[in-house]
Each structure stands twice: as C-alpha cells, then as structure tokens.
Ligand binder design. Structure first.
Ligand SMILES: Cc1ncc(COP(=O)(O)O)c(C=O)c1O
Length: 400
C-alpha cells in the first residue's frame, strides 16, 4: 500500500465525506444480485424496480443478451486499440450505420459513453469565434463538454424561450460566427421535454444550429422512438445519445449528424481518438436493441410504456402526491427535503419497491425527490403495487 506523509490531505477527504453524510447527501451503492428488470434481487429479496432507465425493458432481455454473447464470441473481448489504430471492427461500422439509419441521420460516430459524446462534440466543431447557448438544466456532460470548448458561452433559464431569444440576440450582437443551441431532449431529473418546436423557430430566426442530447428519449419518444425531435416534429443538426438506457442498457454513446461533421469528429474528437473502441458485446446487444426498437415490437413496447406512465401518474396524483407534470416515463415524486427523500426510499425498499432519493447536487437544494421511472416491462399489477407502497410510506412519513 502507498505510504503517504500527507495526513492533512486524507483528513480533509474524510472531513468532506463526513460533511456530505451529515447533510443527508450520501449516495450509497445498493448491490443488485440479479439481471436488470422490473423485479430485481436486493439484500436477498425480490423487489419491484422503479428507477432504471430501462424504458423498453430491453436491459436483461434474453435476445439482447444473446446477441452480445454472439458478438463477443465472434470478435472477442475487445480491440485493445482505439478506433483509428487497429480498433475498428465490422461490427462498429454496422452499429454506426444502424443508429444513423434508425435516427434519420447521414452518419454516426461511437463513443465509450454518451458522457464522452457530449464531452467530445463541441471542441472540434466550434472555436472562440462561435457561441454555445445552453439550457441551464443541461446534463453535467454537456456542461463539461461546453467548458472544454473555446466558444463563448451563453446560458438560458431552462425551457424559457424569451431568455433563449435574449441570449441568441446577445450572441449575434457579440459577433458570433456560428451559434449552437444545446439542450437535453428530455431533462433527466424532471422528465420535461425540451420545447424543440420553439427552439427550431428561434434557431431559424437567428441562424443557429441545434444539438440535442436524447439519452432520455432515443428508443421511445416520437415516431418509431426516434427521439424528442421526432416527438416535436422538427429536425435538428446533431443528436447525442446512449446505448445505456432504452437501447439495451449496456453502455456506449454516439453522435448522429451530417456525414462531414462525423468525418471531422473522427479526426478531432478527443474521447474518440484517445479511448478504446466500444466492446463487441456492447455493439452486438445494441444492434439487437435497435432492431427491436425500430420494428413493430418497438411500437407495442412504447404503447405499454406510456400506458404504464399514465396509470402511475394518475393514481399517484389522486393519492395526493406532488409530481412533476408531463407525459414522460420519468415521474419525479417531489419531497423537498433530502433526508425525507432518503427515508422515503428506505421505507419503500422495506415495502418491496426499489426507488432512490435524489438530492443536491444532482437536483437543486430543497428540491429533493424520488425519481420514478416506468418501463414497458412493468405490468399494471406492478404499477399498482408501487402506488400502494408509496401511499403507505407517504402516510407514515407525513407526506400525504
Ligand atoms: C441527459 C444525459 N446525458 C448523458 C448521459 C450520460 O450517458 P452515459 O451513461 O452513456 O454516459 C446521461 C446519463 O445519465 C444523461 O441522463
């Protein structure tokens, strides 16, 4: 073990952990002893799972799993290389083609995670001559990606179109060459869908490009699950997304864009150039998930998913809980206090429902919540059982 004489450093780390704990903000890892699905094994017991991003129920799906195994048998564990050295396999090209075709773009580039896609998209495409106008609630990875880029930064209050217009005006007045508006397609902590129709109109008015992070929309929002922009009936310039949620739940990210943009990203995007190629098993699983999502079975799964969301939403509202409004299968149960959110989640687990309390810094202070997420794999009985547990825990803890 490394010996260090710098005890002050380690004391500071311990003090910070103690402080996080004292504020009720510790995020413990709960260990799952089964495949991902509507029912999982936790602490030796089967419980209902209402907090996975498993929108279509394909994480743990046997066909998706077997496709990953077949890909691993054919291509091995991985490439031991980044893409441009000797890390591009046929299956990478196949997955890039499949995701671009599915989402309606000329081309796609793969990353180890959507976090990397967002981290890698801005810096190669925009310089100090340009402007990035970013929604204030954008995912941390967009914020980090914007920080890595030299373009001037402008922020608009979330989904506030008057503020977006003010920022676009300012960027134009400041002489920006290109302006790019960056937004989550669906905001992960609230389930709000970006106002992409209005954003499109403003982008056209001010000559701006649009980038959408569709991690919480790809596979289930809009026609054929093509995403938030399909849901809103508009086109956008760049979409970043993940294979770690609806599309199989493994991991890995992508950017879809015009072919020349993808070509430039393959020359310049640092997380692509300096990180290993996506593992073949992940490619195989993701390809199978896209095949399912893009077909008729995908339509049926999406119908079930939104029926589940509507059922949960209406029963919880009737029971007196405060929910974030909307139609997305992310349905936050608002509690306010971080400790209350932790206590509620702990009680729900005792009652056989696995949910998690979200608090600062993941959501603003004072807006702690339990973010529930519906899946197409949930049955109505499971939805009703979760609502019953919420009602019991909510009454015990004085929430309703
Ligand atoms: C909106 C959004 N963007 C990006 C990511 C990162 O995705 P990945 O897990 O593929 O890195 C997430 C995941 O939490 C997300 O919710």
């Amino acid at each position: 073990m490394t010996q260090s004489t710098n005890t002050a450093f380690y004391d500071r780390i311990s003090a910070e952990l103690t402080d996080i704990d004292a504020q009720g903000l510790t995020k413990p890892e709960r260990v799952i002893a089964s495949r991902q699905g509507p029912v999982i094994s936790v602490n030796g017991r089967d419980v209902l799972n209402f907090c996975a991003n498993n929108y279509l129920g394909l994480a743990g799906d046997e066909r998706v799993t077997q496709a990953g195994i077949r890909a691993m048998e054919k291509w091995g564990a991985g490439t031991a290389s980044v893409r441009f050295i000797c890390g591009t396999l046929e299956i990478h090209k196949e997955l890039e083609r499949a995701v671009a075709d599915y989402l309606g773009f000329e081309d796609a580039i793969l990353f180890a995670a959507a976090f990397d896609a967002n981290g890698g998209i801005f810096e190669p495409l925009f310089t100090e001559a340009d402007a990035i106008v970013s929604d204030s609630l954008n995912h941390a990875s967009i914020i980090d990606g914007v920080r890595l880029c030299k373009a001037k930064r402008y922020r608009f209050a979330t989904s506030d179109m008057a503020d977006l217009e003010a920022q676009l005006k300012q960027a134009r007045a400041d002489g920006a060459r290109e302006i790019i508006i960056a937004t989550d397609g669906a905001f992960s902590m609230d389930g709000y869908i970006a106002k992409l129709k209005d954003i499109r109109a403003l982008a056209d008015q001010y000559g701006a490009l649009i980038m959408v992070d569709d991690c919480h929309a790809t596979g289930f929002m809009g026609d054929k699950g093509r995403g938030s922009y399909a849901h809103c009936g508009v086109e956008v310039d760049f979409v970043t997304g993940t294979f770690g949620k609806a599309l199989g739940g493994a991991m890995g990210g992508f950017i879809c864009a015009k072919a020349n943009v993808v070509a430039l990203l393959k020359q310049r995007a640092r997380p692509y150039l300096f990180s290993n190629a996506l593992a073949p098993a992940v490619c195989g699983s993701s390809l199978e998930a896209i095949r399912i999502a893009a077909g008729e079975e995908g339509d049926a799964l999406r119908k079930q998913l939104f029926a589940n969301a509507a059922r949960f939403r209406s029963a919880m509202t009737e029971a007196g809980f405060t929910l974030q409004p909307g139609e997305h299968p992310i349905i936050p149960v608002m509690l306010g206090d971080a400790k209350l959110a932790q206590d509620m989640a702990a009680r729900m687990l005792e009652l056989g429902v696995y949910v998690i309390g979200f608090s600062f810094p993941v959501v603003p202070r004072g807006q702690a919540r339990i973010r529930t997420q519906m899946s197409a794999a949930h049955t109505f009985e499971q939805i009703d059982a979760a609502v019953a547990a919420f009602i019991q825990a909510g009454k015990e803890l004085g929430v309703i």
